[in-house]
Design a protein around this ligand. Sequence first.
Ligand SMILES: Nc1nc2c(c(=O)[nH]1)N[C@H]1C(S)=C(S)[C@@H](COP(=O)(O)O)O[C@H]1N2
Ligand SMILES: [Mo]
Length: 490
Amino acid sequence: MVEYPSRNAVAFATLAGMTGVAGSYMAAGYTREFLVAPIDDLVVRATPGPIVAWMIENVGEQGHLLHIALSFVIATGLLAGTAIVGLHIAQGFEQPVIGIGLSGVLAWSLTALITAEPLLAVGAAGPVAVLTAVGATPLAAPKHDPSRRRALISSVGALAFVGTAIGLRRLAADDDTTGGESETTDDAVATLLQEAEAKSLDIRGDVPGLVSTFEEFYNVDIAEFDPNLSPDDWSLTITGEVGDDVTVTFDELTDMPTERRFVTLRCVGEGLNGAKLDNAVWTGTPIEPLLEMADPEGECGCAMLRAADGYFVQFPIEALEDGFLAWGMNGRSLPESHGHPVRVLIPGHWGETNVKWLTEIELLDEEMDGYWEQRGWHGTGPVNTVAKLWSDTVLDNGNVEVAGHAYAGTRGIERVEVSTDGGGTWQDADLSEPLPGIDVWRQWRYEFEPDGSHEVVVRAIDGEGDLQPEERSDAFPSGATGWVTKTVHG
Ligand SMILES: Nc1nc2c(c(=O)[nH]1)N[C@H]1C(S)=C(S)[C@@H](COP(=O)(O)O)O[C@H]1N2
Ligand SMILES: [Mo]
């Protein structure tokens, strides 16, 4: 008798794990029903707060890749484990049928348990059983070193399966219709988009216009997998310390008075000259009438907002009252990644208050930490003032153009000043005409004749006449501060 698991069995089990994960992907897509998704949730939740904070600041969005890679490895390992058990029974006890069946049943149970999707779990179990069968079946006519040849053929077959699964899914995703689709061509939005286009400065460098496109608009998510919510099933509940619980469906919400607003978002976790700052035209309705219906009574004057991805954030009702519930973005339905079907927009506050996939507003009696506040951030208040230096370009005439965006939330931007001598002297930059709205960025642009190398510094003056603070601080915990500087050569 041979010892199990042999190296051969481990190789087959690994292939079984890989194809099982691919099979789950083929059945469920890159959604929360995919085996890796709940595992990723656990990995994310198990990562200590300081590490999460460090990753956001230093690794950025790529931090997610580490989580997701680890989750893939765990998912593969779990399914490989079920194959090992099957191979052990099949080979060690010479019970191939029982072994193969057991590996399939185990893989199915495990996947169904983790994803709560018994039907889709068959996608993972099938390939595991097949690979176990291949690994357990003796070759009909073994010539020289049959096990190696079989392992090779199986590897090629397994990889082909993984490739096919990914390919089929990509094809299916291309005609995915959830979110971001042009449903109505909204004239009011079209007019606003034209206005933004007309007011955007003529900047040679690579700087977004006054409205960020879907491709440009940044994303910050606590989870790798976006919730997949259908407007038909969606509803919002206002509950807790209220006179009356209020529940609104998507149809009821979109029947309310509809407005289009420019609103700019900025993440508290971004670096001083980072790019997690974007603007869009949003279609939605004000929150205040809904809050009035609920009649808040809580002691703290604060509310906890909750979302379908497990996200939660708490801040004062005062800020919530000025908020907006959006179901459209740049004239299309809200894309999945930006909170489909409904998200919150809170004027002038950090991005984290702008809850996506909103499901519940709970009025509280006392303050509680939200998801990021539990992890040490202070990101529910008003944004810091910032002027970004996003491009420096030598023009055909030999001049240097520096440009970017400036943002100060509801304080607005009154002026942007540029220094080309390290802060010795200051000149006014050109500013884009303000867009309508109380929470919008402006573009700035400045052109100068270079004389060797220049230490360019940029700073904004907000609508209340306050100069952007010069003192530098990191993003953690309250948002980056300081003036952006850059050495520019003519
Ligand atoms: N449900 C939910 N809402 C959320 C988040 C999240 O992870 N889940 N991230 C918040 C953070 S930190 C920011 S900066 C903004 C980003 O919104 P965007 O991805 O549409 O740019 O959404 C906020 N709302
Ligand atoms: Mo954020």
